[in-house]
Design a protein around this ligand. Structure first.
Ligand SMILES: C[C@@](CO)(OP(=O)(O)O)[C@H](O)COP(=O)(O)OP(=O)(O)OC[C@H]1O[C@@H](n2ccc(N)nc2=O)[C@H](O)[C@@H]1O
Ligand SMILES: Nc1ncnc2c1ncn2[C@@H]1O[C@H](COP(=O)(O)OP(=O)(O)O)[C@@H](O)[C@H]1O
Length: 279
């Protein structure tokens, strides 16, 4: 058996270092400005190609029927795009909290596309894989592209960016945020003036979803206040995960040790490159 079929394919989480809503498209989707950075909290995929046309996920995630799983949908989309007749057994070890604004589902989809492109010997360029991924979710292209990025549009217009790679404490208050409910909320800030990359670098940024999310979910508000003791706290995406940056790992570990139950926390490293970028 070739070694690639036994390999563990990582799917890292992302955080949004800031998120501004700068307008709305005619179809109701919101136009964003954001910066995506990867972190070393990863789901793990094992993918074994099959000679038949079956795409299988023998151990589905709780609450996610296999046909809705983003790995399965990514494999199906890739097969539909290329006409490939092979199948795959997918084993997914989930570490990234679901529905927390860390992009785990999108990352799983991106890793599936990148890995199957190799295992099925399709040889598609990354930008073609990113276009297939965009139909599955707005965050898939940044994971396929593999570089931390300044993003505009619905998060699909990407400009690679080099950032510090500090430590972060990510906190999951354990609340699944309904993204559609946040974007549909009448009190959402929708018209923040666009900024430039250099304005982002000088720090004049926040997350326009925070006020609505804090009002809708008191647990997220409480976790935000707790985290703000250690530095500037941020909401990732539409939440509910929050994070704060640390220059030294030890300080992040000290903060994590004080995390009140039942919140969960991870000390992670910011990454400008996806672990599969060099592949
Ligand atoms: C805003 C981000 C930033 O990373 O949030 P997180 O999902 O990471 O929290 C993402 O781009 C989220 O993109 P995506 O994951 O594709 O959004 P979905 O859950 O499919 O969106 C659910 C619903 O929210 C609304 N929606 C979503 C994205 C957007 N730019 N404008 C919107 O108005 C739409 O009504 C959509 O049907
Ligand atoms: N492989 C997957 N991992 C996580 N969620 C998935 C997956 N496939 C489908 N989903 C669905 O996508 C939703 C959002 O997932 P996720 O990417 O974890 O959150 P977010 O979009 O908030 O970053 C989940 O609540 C789940 O219903």
């Amino acid at each position: 058996m070739p070694p690639e079929t036994r390999r563990i394919w990582p799917a890292p989480a992302k955080i949004n270092l800031f998120l501004h809503i700068v307008g709305r498209r005619a179809d109701g989707y919101h136009l964003l400005q954001t910066v995506f950075q990867f972190v070393d909290l990863c789901d793990e995929l094992r993918l074994r190609p099959r000679d038949d046309d079956q795409i299988r996920l023998p151990r589905p995630l709780p609450g996610v029927p296999p046909q809705q799983d983003l790995c399965v949908r990514a494999a199906q989309a890739l097969r539909a795009h290329t006409g490939c007749r092979l199948g795959v057994d997918i084993e997914l070890s989930k570490r990234i909290p679901m529905g927390g604004g860390l992009g785990g589902g999108s990352s799983d989809a991106a890793t599936t596309l990148l890995a199957l492109n190799r295992l099925w010997q399709l040889d598609l360029p990354r930008d073609e894989l990113a276009a297939i991924g965009l139909a599955l979710g707005a965050d898939v292209p940044v994971f396929v592209g593999g570089r931390a990025a300044w993003a505009e549009g619905v998060g699909d217009r990407l400009t690679p960016i080099e950032l510090d790679e500090p430590w972060y404490l990510i906190v999951d208050p354990g609340v699944a945020v309904a993204t559609a409910g946040v974007f549909g909320h009448p009190k959402l800030t929708r018209h923040t003036p666009p900024i430039t990359i250099s304005q982002f670098r000088s720090g004049s940024t926040g997350n326009d979803c925070l006020a609505v999310v804090s009002a809708l979910y008191p647990q997220i508000d409480a976790a935000y206040r707790w985290l703000a003791r250690f530095g500037q706290a941020h909401l990732s995406g539409t939440g509910g995960c929050l994070f704060v940056r640390f220059d030294a790992r030890q300080a992040a570990d000290v903060a994590q040790a004080q995390l009140p139950a039942p919140w969960r926390g991870w000390v992670v490293r910011g990454l400008n490159h996806h672990p599969l970028l060099a592949d």
